[in-house]
Design a protein around this ligand. Sequence first.
Ligand code: ZN
Length: 446
Amino acid sequence: MKNPSTVYHPLLFLAALLACACSTTQGDRTGKTELLKWKDGKRAAISLTYDDGSINQFRVALPLMEEQGFPGTFFINTGQIPGSEFQARFIGRAVEEIIAETAAVPTNPDNLFERASAVGFLGYPALVDSHTRAGAAVDAGNVERACQIIDEAYAKVRAGKVEKLREGAEYSGSEQITWEEIGEFALRGHEFACHTISHPRLAVLDEANMRWELEKCREDILNRLGPVHTFSCECPYGTENERVMEVALEIFPALRNRMPEAYLDELNRGSRREPGRSDKTYVQWQRGALSETPMEVMNSWIDTCLAHDNLWLVLVYHGVDGVGWEAIPGDTLDQFFKTIKSNDGNLWVATFQDVTKYMRERMHSEAVVTRERDQIHVRLSHSLDPGLYQMPLSMRTAIPDRWESCQVTQDGTPVDYETGYDQEGKFITYQAVPNGEPVIIAPVRD
Ligand SMILES: [Zn+2]
C-alpha cells in the first residue's frame, strides 16, 4: 500500500507525537528528505574561469588544475583560433555609404551603433581603438561621448589621416591554442564557452553585428565541441548593458555577466559588498586575481567561503605567467590551488556550467517521499528543460536508527551513500538523478 509521508491522518499524527514523547522511537522523521545546497553537502562552490584564451592558461594553469583534479571554464574568442569558420566582420550597408553620410550627418544615438559597428572594418587598424573607446563610453552610460569619439574617427577617415592596413599584414599575436587541443581538454572535463569572435564592446554594436559576434562564436564552438559547450557565455569587458544582456540571454542559458534568478545575489568583480551579508539562498561572488593580488587576499576568499554555506566563488583569470592582461604567476596559482585542495571536504570545485545547473535544478526540484512496506521511495523531479538539466543532486534522507545498513538503488543501479547522524538521528546522503525512477532505500537484514 502506498503511504505518502506528506499526508497525515490526524490519529496517525497523534500516534507519532506520543511515540516521540514517550520513547526514543523516531516516529515519522523517517524519509524526511533534504536537497543539499551544494554537491556532496559541501559548504561552498568554486569555479575557476579564464577569459580571452591566452596561451599560458593552457600551458601553465590547466596542468596545475589537473594536478589537483580541478576542471576549469575557458571563455574563448573563436576568431583567434586557427581554422575557425567565422571571423569578425561588419554586417550592414556598404561602408563607403556610411563614410559619405558622416560628412553630412553628425553621429547621434540613432546612427551611433551602425557607425561604431563599422568603424573597425574600414580598413584602418588604428580605428579598432575608436570602437573600443566608444563602447567603453556606452558601457559607462555616456552616449554623447561615444558619438564624439566616432565622429572623430570618421573625420580622420574622410581626411585621409589614418594609416591603411598594409598589404599582407595580419592580426599579430602570440601562439594560439588549436581546436585539436581544445577538443582534448574538453574530453578531460574542462568547459569551453563563448567570449565572442573578436572581443568587441558589444554595447556599441547594432543588433545584427552583436548577434554575429555571439551566434557565430557559438556556432564554431558547437561544430567543434558539441552542444555541451554552448551553455555559458561571458560578454567581453564584463558588460551589463541591457541591450546586450537581452540578446545574449536569448542565445545562452547562462551568462557570467549576469544571471536573472531572484534567489541569487551577484557580486561582480568590482563589488565591495560583503558576500556574507546577503540574505539570498545563493550568492555568486566574483573575484579577479590580478598580477599583484596578494596571497593573503586570495586565501581570505577561501576563508569567507568556509564561513558561510551559500557562497559560489567565481574566480576570473586573464593572463597567466607573463602572457595576457594582468598575468598572474604560475607559482602563485599553484600555491592557491593547493590551498583550495587542502579544503577538499568543504569546497566543491566545478565548472561554471555545472554549478549553475546544480543551483537551478535544486531551486526547481521537489522530492516526493513515499513509504512502501519497509522501504523509502524518493522521487526527485524538476520543472526545467530535461534536455539541458540532468545533473544528479545530492540528497539527505532520514532512515530509522535501527537500520544497520541499507541498500540504495535508482533504476536498478546501486547508488553510493554515506551514513551520518544529527540531533534527530540517522540519515544517509547520496545522489539522485532527477526526473527518473525513484530512489529506493531499503534496509539490509543479516
Ligand atoms: Zn575578455
